[in-house]
Design a protein around this ligand. Structure first.
Ligand code: SAH
Length: 208
């Protein structure tokens, strides 16, 4: 089955995703608005698709898993690193109180902001900058979503911006990547390795 609309995509993901709030969010965000016109036909297929700047909008199943493992609460304040198209940020915005999202690519950030505003979503704040540096003015966060691969080391600055009890999901690894779930308990951060994934790299240094 190739899903043709958001509600069908949610149905398609249902066997793999237990969190009903995540499925409801997927069913209500039009992914077609976040992909280039040339990709609209495939907007609800369970695949990553190319967006501007040589980047990709992540595969829906992986996005849903990342949302699920963050165990989000409606009162959570969330940091999203790697805005890209803004699709992941839009989903986070439905599940939490406020989302702060960082993208190094100015053009992508502007487009994502336009799309999200057009959808009437008003609880996302955008910044063009280096996600490796986090967002110290707004820290700590209850949850952090990292949508680009960090290499072998878990991103320590971002872990430092987790509130007590806060959760972070990030693709970690270089040749082989896995989702890593980090949970802060007081001064300790526990880390768990989850499934294998494939993400574009979280680039060091100034943006474009
Ligand atoms: N979450 C996005 C997909 C992200 S793809 C979506 O839903 O569409 C990863 C994104 O991370 C790309 O847009 C890339 O430009 C951005 N990125 C890479 N390195 C970054 C950095 N250091 N800081 C912020 N964004 C970065």
């Amino acid at each position: 089955m190739c899903p043709r609309e958001a509600s069908q995509l949610a149905l398609f993901l249902r066997p793999a995703i237990a969190d009903e709030r995540v499925l409801a969010a997927i069913a209500s965000i039009p992914r077609e608005r976040f992909v280039p016109r040339s990709q609209r036909r495939r907007a609800y297929a369970n695949v990553a698709l190319p967006i501007a700047g040589g980047q990709t909008i992540s595969q829906p199943l992986v996005v849903a898993r990342m949302l699920e493992v963050l165990a989000l609460k409606p009162t959570d304040r969330v940091l999203d690193v790697g805005t890209g198209s803004g699709y992941h940020a839009a989903l986070l915005s439905l599940l939490t109180e406020h989302v702060w999202t960082i993208e190094r690519h100015a053009e992508l950030a502007a487009e994502a902001q336009d799309t999200i505003t057009e959808l009437g979503i008003d609880n996302v704040t955008f910044r063009v900058g280096d996600g490796w540096e986090g967002w110290p003015e707004e820290a700590p966060f209850d949850a952090i979503n990292v949508a680009a691969a960090t290499g072998e080391e878990p991103p320590r600055v971002l872990e430092g911006e987790l509130a007590d009890g806060g959760r972070m999901v990030a693709p970690v690894g270089s040749r082989e990547q896995h989702l890593m779930l980090a949970v802060r308990n007081g001064n300790r951060v526990g880390r768990r390795q989850l499934e294998a994934v494939q993400f574009v790299p979280l680039i060091h240094g100034p943006g474009e």
